[in-house]
Design a protein around this ligand. Structure first.
Ligand SMILES: [Zn+2]
Length: 150
């Protein structure tokens, strides 16, 4: 193994020495190649960036989906993991509820509101929030007349 690494290094050194000695000729050749294959190079480059962007896009979407799910699980676990009214405990239908209402106002009044901020708000003021399942949350909204307030 060590010998092959040494050979590799030697080759690399030889290549860089060669490049240094023939710099102008090499660059001239590169330039010529570039001008004669311009369209081809542009097309390839475009394709490369397009693919890279698409790959990255899906990667980012996938990561952020996992990230959101983890944050959601974390918050739900922190708030007790079940609906405070009926005990329903399926994460998919659990919602964070503002005990005294005003969720929308809070969202509007908080500059640059985002889920990360919301998570910190929950941790810093637990008494303001509770977990409700979708059913209980809707019933509560109905009871409080929040459906008609805007
Ligand atoms: Zn419930």
């Amino acid at each position: 193994m060590t010998t092959s690494i040494k050979t590799l290094e030697k080759n690399r050194l030889r290549a860089s020495v060669y490049y240094y000695k023939n710099k102008e000729a090499i660059n001239q050749k590169k330039k010529e190649y570039y001008y004669s294959h311009k369209d081809e190079i542009y097309a390839k480059r475009k394709e490369y960036y397009k693919n890279r962007y698409l790959n990255k896009k899906y990667e980012i979407q996938k990561k952020s989906r996992i990230f959101h799910k983890e944050r959601r699980d974390r918050i739900i676990k922190y708030l007790g993991g079940k609906c405070v009214r009926c005990g329903f405990n399926d994460n998919r239908a659990l919602q964070v509820d503002h005990i005294n209402g005003g969720g929308l106002k809070e969202r509007r009044d908080t500059p640059h509101f985002c889920n990360a901020k919301f998570e910190n708000m929950i941790y810093s003021d637990t008494h303001k929030y509770q977990l409700l399942c979708a059913n209980c949350n809707n019933i509560k909204k109905y009871e409080n007349g929040e459906f008609f307030k805007k």
